[in-house]
Unconditional design. Structure first.
Length: 77
């Protein structure tokens, strides 16, 4: 499975990314091993969506990071 996940960072801004190993990736975030969130700790997992297709996962992540997807994240999460 592939996952798109949304984190809420210390600065109250969401962080969207994807991974094939969600638990391992969240642990890396919490330990400060991910440069994009290292200075924004602590983080909280807000939501995740599981996909069986890698390409659909990447496309959904891209949608959430850009254009109307940002508004979707703010409104629903």
């Amino acid at each position: 499975m592939y996952y798109v996940y949304i984190l809420l960072c210390k600065d109250s801004k969401p962080y969207v990314d994807c991974s094939s190993d969600l638990q391992e990736r969240i642990e890396r975030h919490k330990k400060g091993q991910v440069p994009a969130t290292k200075k924004r700790l602590p983080i909280n997992l807000v939501n995740y969506i599981a996909f069986s297709d890698k390409y659909k996962t990447f496309n959904f992540e891209k949608y959430l990071k850009y254009s109307s997807g940002r508004a979707f994240v703010k409104k629903h999460f």
